[in-house]
Write a protein that binds this ligand. Structure first.
Ligand code: GDP
Ligand code: MN
Length: 388
């Protein structure tokens, strides 16, 4: 789960990391009311939407007066932010953050996450922080500093000292960096985060550190343990189909292709996407209906797949283990009839009650193309959808 920058900044504060005061607002009136809480001008006005790259897209503005603050707020609220992370459709800005300004001598990058390659946690730092960090990582990888943290012994002061040395921080600055890193580590561990990122972390002309922009993401599987984190969820920022799917207990992730996939089991769903790609198609989604899908669940899954206008055909790939093929077949037929499915469907069923399942499909009078293997199914759906 993702959260907004203003929420992430509060979590950093809670963990002893220096962040200037700010407030969130959803209207210009609200900005007008709350502005006197902050020291300033100048203030910084920032679009709050789940994407990076807001600075370059015009979503971050400095205001040198009350009038400017209100004018920037008016412009940013309601704007559509188009960044490399949002795609061409962009993201509507419904909330803004107004913060006290931080004077910047230099911008740094600091992130903390799990590194699967080394099976450890890792701090990533760079002296080249700010809006070009992706470019730095791609073009000058030697400017990316990595300090591994053993998950068993956890964060230790020497990790901070090592990062400080490599970033060129001495004395009080190095000590402050240690506090920032220790806070990031505590936040990550105590809230089951999957990423804690500060970009930029800035050094002021007075040689103190402040976190300006923060991104924190959480492991969805840990949310049940942290209701205070789960309550930060902003449904407006999420794909409506993904929200709908999670209500029906379906794992759905939208992708950019044209072949809708309905599969039981996450591993089988991954394999299905791979084989579709292998035969030259591209999946429109990842969808795992789970181990015990009912007719209703299959119908919901079809609805979600079909609401994506890019879908030109559907590949159903079910292995009946716990789930029975005849139940799924009934679900497919019922869903196709209720929804009036117009795109071709290729169904590969195998496992428990496969014969009954196939009979139900064949006797339905619908154009559902049967396939006996995964490879055949993928080839058929690619053929059916190409040129449509
Ligand atoms: P992003 O573009 O979505 O990553 O948004 P950031 O919050 O990182 O803002 C982009 C850039 O705006 C930063 O790299 C800074 O240069 C600048 N910026 C952000 N916050 C402040 C601030 O409080 N004061 C000043 N002077 N500049 C800021
Ligand atoms: Mn940033």
């Amino acid at each position: 789960m993702n959260i907004h920058e203003y929420q992430a900044r509060q979590l950093l504060r809670d963990h002893g990391i220096p962040v200037k005061p700010d407030f969130m607002a959803t209207s210009v009136d609200e900005v007008e009311q709350k502005l006197s809480r902050l020291i300033g001008p100048p203030w910084i006005i920032k679009a709050q939407a789940h994407t990076g790259g807001r600075g370059k897209a015009g979503g971050v503005k400095l205001a040198k007066s009350r009038e400017e603050a209100l004018a920037h707020s008016k412009n940013i609220l309601g704007m559509t932010l188009v960044t490399p992370q949002t795609g061409p459709k962009g993201k509507l800005v419904r909330r803004i953050m107004v913060a006290e300004d931080t004077r910047i001598a230099k911008e740094y990058y600091l992130g903390f996450l799990a590194d699967r390659a080394t099976a450890s946690y890792i701090f990533i730092g760079s002296t080249e922080g700010g809006v070009e960090i992706e470019k730095v990582a791609a073009e000058t990888p030697d400017k990316i500093i990595k300090v591994a943290v053993d998950p068993v012994s956890g964060y230790r002061a020497y990790h901070g000292m090592e990062m400080a040395r490599r970033l060129g921080f001495k004395g009080a600055l190095a000590k402050q960096l240690g506090q920032v890193m220790s806070g990031m580590y505590q936040l990550f561990i105590s809230k089951d985060a999957s990423l804690v990122e500060i970009n930029p972390l800035v050094r002021t002309p007075e040689d103190t550190l402040f976190a300006l922009d923060a991104k924190v993401t959480f492991d969805d599987n840990g949310l049940a343990r942290h209701p205070e984190i789960a309550s930060l969820r902003d449904i407006d920022e999420e794909d409506p189909n993904e929200v709908l799917a999670s209500k029906h207990d379906l794992s759905y992730i939208k992708l950019d292709g044209t072949i809708g996939c309905l599969v039981n089991g996450a591993g089988l769903a991954m394999a299905t996407m791979d084989i579709v790609k292998h035969y030259g198609g591209s999946p429109a989604n990842f969808l795992d209906v789970g181990g015990s899908a009912s007719t209703e669940k299959v119908t919901e899954a079809f609805k979600i797949i079909l609401s994506d206008p890019n879908v030109r055909g559907i590949l159903v790939n079910i292995f009946g283990g716990i789930m029975k093929c005849d139940v799924i077949a009934e679900g497919i037929v019922a869903a196709s009839k209720t929804l009036g499915v117009k795109v071709p469907i290729v169904a590969r069923l195998d496992g428990t009650n496969v014969e009954q399942g196939k009979k139900i499909l064949a006797g339905s009078g619908l154009k559902i193309i049967p396939a006996s293997s995964l490879g055949e199914a993928a080839q058929l759906i690619v053929k059916e959808t190409s040129g449509r």
